[in-house]
Ligand binder design. Structure first.
Ligand code: SDX
Length: 432
């Protein structure tokens, strides 16, 4: 029975016209359902970079780019960053609802009991050069998990999907911390079950056998908030990579490794490292105009790192929270007049008053201020993207679970507009 309220768009091609169903979500733009377009018209749509394409339907995260709004399962990111904690947000993203206290305690206890790695995985770390980028180590060790945890690779078994999910949420901090320790030549620090998620990660990064490690509640809160802000973000490049890998039935550890690899790019999760390096290269506020000119010069590949976004044409709400957190953390750490923060604030002010940035609606994104906090916490810039990957693993897993549990899952297989050589026959050397 046709739904009488179903709306249609009409597409006219030459003499032919077809009706394209229009589907409505709970928030955001409606979509043209073009699944039968090729069958009915022999035509593809064309959208490199997917600027106007919805790849799936999802209940997890909603972004309103014009309003600068980000909701995790309907809850504004600002509220979660202020009132929640990362494992509670992880539960929310995975299950769709905030946990009751017993649910929360059970979830935390299960994550806590999966934080250790198989001891033989240490060999993977030791196989890398000491100067390897930590992202290379994290990506490699993550993929290697499918060689160790065979009892949680069957995507058709809900229990194995759940175990794989808990394992990755629990073990990514260990992998990221050990990638850091390995890069600085210090011994690995094992997870401690008496510590919560963020302080446990910090002690695995910064404790040394030579002295007692005392976790700092200010840094733990800032770390936990950074994890929350990076947890999920709709169908971004790395999440889409995870979904595409998962659509072939690849095991969950390999799918997340694919997401990590994609996140590494400077246009995506690698921007936090690039943004801090850029701020340091600028060095002082008087050099900002020179860099603004470079960013506006079409012939110069330089872009303001940490600025601009495919979806946000207003402030990225995460950058606002991050900027406030940077002020608080630096103040509490007694880091007065951090020159990099001063340059960042002055750069933001100048850019937001510049007609180029106003016209192109370029605002600071999540990566603009995060590096300033992470540097104040003594992380080297090479650790910024691994920390992003640690947090985003929760979002990737929530999106992966949503997709894998959909009985109508199909392998992702885009087509193309072919512009290459048409039919031609082989010629031997003497005829070329
Ligand atoms: C993340 O998708 C997500 O949700 C990602 C993310 C997440 O949580 O998963 O939010 C995380 O990746 C944040 C973005 C981090 N990347 C950066 O900060 C790198 C710098 N930013 C840009 O490279 C760019 O803004 C992108 C990649 C973020 C977005 O690129 P788009 O949407 O493809 O936009 P575009 O490149 O087409 O830019 C539109 C115009 C262009 O000028 P014209 O061709 O129209 O003349 O704006 C210009 C661009 O040249 N522009 C910039 C700019 N960003 C865009 N000019 C100078 N500096 C910039 N940063």
């Amino acid at each position: 029975m046709l739904d009488k309220t179903q709306k249609f768009a009409e597409l006219k091609i030459d003499e032919k016209s077809i009706k394209v169903p229009v589907s409505k979500g709970t928030l955001g733009p409606d979509v043209l359902d073009i699944r039968s377009l090729y069958k009915e018209t022999g035509l593809f749509t064309y959208d490199p970079g997917f600027t106007s394409t919805a790849s799936c339907d999802s209940n997890i995260t909603f972004i309103d780019g014009d309003k600068g709004e980000l909701l995790y399962r309907g809850y504004p990111i600002e509220e979660l960053a202020e009132k929640s904690n990362f494992l509670e947000v992880a539960y929310l993203l995975l299950r769709g609802e905030l946990p009751t206290k017993p649910q929360y305690d059970d979830f935390c206890s299960r994550v806590t009991r999966h934080t250790m790695l198989h001891e033989q995985m240490l060999n993977f770390f030791r196989g890398f050069r000491r100067d390897a980028h930590p992202m290379a180590i994290v990506c490699g060790v993550q993929a290697a998990m499918s060689a160790f945890y065979h009892d949680s690779t069957d995507i058709n078994d809900p229990w194995q999907r759940e175990v794989a999910t808990i394992r990755m949420i629990a073990k990514l901090p260990t992998i990221v911390a050990w990638a850091y320790k390995y890069s600085i030549g210090q011994p690995f620090a094992y997870p401690k079950n008496n510590l919560q998620y963020a302080p446990n990660f910090l002690q695995m990064c910064f404790s040394v056998p030579a002295e007692e490690y005392v976790s700092d509640p200010i840094l733990s809160k800032a770390m936990d908030r950074i994890f929350i802000l990076h947890a999920d973000h709709e169908q971004n490049a790395s999440t889409s990579t995870v979904r595409l890998a998962a659509s072939s039935g690849a095991n969950p550890f390999a799918c997340i490794a694919a997401g990590i690899a994609c996140l590494w790019g400077p246009a995506h999760g690698g921007a936090n490292e690039a943004a801090l390096n850029m701020l340091k290269e600028i060095g002082t506020p008087d050099r900002i105009p020179e860099y603004i000119l470079k960013a506006k010069d079409k012939n110069d590949p330089f872009r303001l790192m940490g600025f601009g976004h495919r979806v946000y044409k207003n402030f990225d709400p995460r950058s606002r929270v991050m900027k406030q957190s940077a002020d608080e953390v630096l103040e509490l750490l007694g880091v007065k007049n951090n020159p990099t923060l001063q340059v960042a604030k002055e750069l933001e002010k100048i850019a937001l008053e510049d007609e180029y940035f106003i016209e192109k609606k370029l605002y600071p994104n999540v990566d603009f201020y995060s590096g300033i906090i992470l540097e104040a916490m003594d992380f080297p810039t090479s650790m910024f993207t691994p920390i992003f990957a640690l947090a985003r693993t929760v979002g990737w897993l929530a999106q992966w679970q949503e997709m894998i549990s959909d009985p109508n899952i199909k392998i992702g297989r885009p087509r193309q507009l072919f512009t290459g050589a048409t039919h031609r026959t082989y010629k031997t050397f003497d005829k070329r």
